[in-house]
Design a protein around this ligand. Structure first.
Ligand code: URA
Length: 235
């Protein structure tokens, strides 16, 4: 089934401007569809097959967009925030419409964050039933004993109704741990260590499901997922 869409909406979704800006572009004759200049912003076109050109440059319509962000500390995992800057604002030059972060990292947590406008995939990745692995590196102020690590992995009372689900924990260095969780409760990693009197002083998410953070991305940098990465995430 062709995905029919008004020209002004098409241009907005391609990031060419706001609805009123793109209407202006169309009125000025700067847009052509399938080789014909168009001045009527309400014409409908087949979004996936029409050739739409703005100022001589062909636009590319994508229904869904997927970005991997290395979230820096100090920004919030939200679409809007009255006080702090948000992860969406870091995607400079991208049309923010419909984009949201898949899950939340605390303001002081760094690392892998998927940002998309694909609600279905986002929902599936966060579904408690799907148990998608999330791997973190945590630096703490007190090492856990072998016995405590065993309890950590089996399930911890962090003050919720239920113990945490089985997790994996591995000490990678003095005061540094790799932790894999299959659920995503509020402040979960910090609360799990806190249950043993150990405070997380630095936290970074390094992977989600099959996807690892691209370490060439400095904190605050992002890139699109490749087709293979998207496929791996869906699996
Ligand atoms: N656990 C936390 O405590 N914080 C995060 O940001 C993510 C997992």
């Amino acid at each position: 089934m062709p995905k029919m869409m008004r020209l002004d909406r098409y241009l907005t979704e391609c990031g060419a401007g706001t609805r009123s800006e793109v209407k202006n572009l169309i009125k000025k004759g700067r847009v052509s569809v399938d080789g014909q200049p168009v001045k009527d912003n309400s014409i409908k076109l087949d979004a996936e097959n029409a050739v739409v050109v703005l100022d001589g440059i062909q636009l590319c319509y994508e229904e869904f967009r997927y970005f991997m962000l290395n979230k820096p500390q100090g920004v919030v995992s939200a679409t809007r925030d009255g006080l702090s800057s948000t992860v969406i604002e870091l995607l400079e030059g991208e049309n923010p419409k419909g984009l949201f972060p898949v899950g939340r990292l605390d303001k002081d947590t760094e690392g892998f964050l998927l940002i998309t406008n694909d609600g279905q995939l986002g929902h599936e990745l966060l579904s408690p039933k799907k148990h998608v692995d999330k791997k973190y590196i945590a630096r703490v102020d007190r090492d856990l004993s072998e016995e405590e690590m065993k309890v950590f992995a089996e399930g911890v009372d962090i003050g919720d109704e239920k113990l945490t689900m089985p997790a994996e924990i591995c000490r990678v260095d003095e005061l540094v741990y790799e932790v894999i969780l299959r659920e995503g409760r509020y402040h979960q990693v910090k609360r799990m260590f806190e249950a043993f009197g150990s405070t997380v002083v630095y936290l970074k998410r390094v992977s989600m499901g099959a996807l690892g953070l691209d370490e060439s991305l400095a904190p605050g940098e992002y890139r699109r997922l490749t087709a293979d990465e998207l496929e791996a995430l869906r699996r």
